[in-house]
Design a protein around this ligand. Structure first.
Ligand code: HEC
Length: 118
């Protein structure tokens, strides 16, 4: 009996192994551009940046325009994102900078002492 439970649990684990990846894709599919702050370039930014990973990963960041620009370059150079240039790049960058600005200007590169009084 205990053995059977173990086998079932193992089978479940083995069967469950691919789930994290597909769950992530499912989560990405559930994301909608309409749920993001409305501003010009939203659909472009959402479409461009959710092609490989959840947009959540992008929205979790708060960066200056310059840092977003660097992030886009990084996505192209390191991860093979099609290079965006000219107006296309400007539109996406405008949105990222506007919708996801630095969270707080601390002067310490965003580092916050976790136990500091708020
Ligand atoms: C061609 C695929 C691809 C595209 C398109 C893409 N990324 Fe990424 N991105 C990745 C990969 C791969 C990672 C690292 C693995 C992960 O965390 O999923 C990543 C990670 C990130 C991270 C997290 C970096 C960190 O240090 O935690 C951010 C922020 C990010 N991407 C922003 C963007 C933005 C903004 C866009 C749209 C302009 C974009 N990505 C489009 C592939 C892509």
């Amino acid at each position: 009996m205990a053995n059977r439970t173990l086998i079932a649990a193992t089978a479940l684990l083995l069967g469950a192994a691919p789930i994290p990846a597909s769950a992530q894709q499912a989560a990405a599919r559930e994301e909608r551009a309409e749920a993001l702050p409305a501003a010009p370039g939203r659909d472009e930014a959402f479409g461009t940046c959710s092609a490989c990973h959840a947009y959540r990963l992008v929205a979790a960041q708060g960066l200056s325009r310059e840092r977003w620009d660097e992030t886009m370059t990084l996505m192209t150079e390191k991860h093979g994102m099609p290079k965006l240039e000219g107006d296309e790049r400007r539109v996406v960058l405008d949105y990222l900078a506007r919708a996801h600005p630095p969270k707080r200007a601390t002067g310490t590169g965003g580092f916050q002492v976790p136990f500091a009084p708020q």
